[in-house]
Design a protein. Structure first.
Length: 202
């Protein structure tokens, strides 16, 4: 890894382990539904939102975030603002409390070492990062997410990654992209002609 001058790192599933967090959230949601059975629609909305993201629904639209919310609002007959509140609560606020428990300490140690060696560290995610990144003791120079004005696309679309490379004034051959998903992250890097490695191989 020392031969690279910059590292572009995915967040979810890369800087923390997804499986234990999923198990933790499953238990929390189960208890929540036992105590609040009338709120089952909230969980249906969250699950469908996750599926919309997996299917890359509206991925070719620059306002894909808003369109995904509006789609759910129309389907479940809830105000768009309420849909957003549900998503933020269950996708960001609650998981945020537990991410640190399942952080990838080995990778974070490597990243911080590279940072101290004056290597450029860039965190790039399909989801907003500002709140979640503060939980982890990871050093970085840049944060980018799919909804940023300069990105406006979801992985594996490489347009966002190419814009990141331009903005940071990096050469493609000096970058290593680290991710957990060989399709979303791997294809994104491949289409941008950037070297990729799965976090499991580090």
């Amino acid at each position: 890894m020392d031969k690279y001058n910059a590292f572009i790192i995915d967040f979810d599933g890369t800087l923390y382990y997804k499986l234990p967090l999923k198990i933790c959230m499953f238990l929390i949601i189960t208890l929540y539904l036992i105590l609040h059975p009338h709120k089952y629609k909230d969980i249906l909305i969250v699950n469908e939102y996750r599926n919309l993201r997996k299917k890359r629904m509206y991925k070719d639209s620059k306002d894909f975030y808003d369109k995904q919310y509006k789609y759910l609002s129309k389907k479940y007959n809830y105000d768009t603002k309420y849909i957003q509140e549900i998503i933020i609560k269950w996708m960001f606020i609650i998981p945020k409390k537990y991410i640190k428990l399942f952080q990838n300490k080995k990778l974070i140690k490597i990243i911080n070492k590279m940072y101290d060696l004056n290597k450029k560290i860039i965190i790039y995610s399909d989801y907003p990062l500002n709140d979640k990144i503060s939980i982890l003791n990871v050093k970085y120079h840049y944060l980018f997410s799919s909804n940023d004005k300069i990105i406006k696309c979801m992985k594996p679309d490489s347009k966002g990654l190419i814009n990141i490379i331009k903005i940071t004034n990096l050469a493609k051959n000096e970058i290593l992209y680290i991710g957990d998903d060989n399709y979303l992250d791997g294809e994104c890097a491949k289409n941008a002609n950037v070297k990729y490695i799965n976090v499991k191989d580090i």
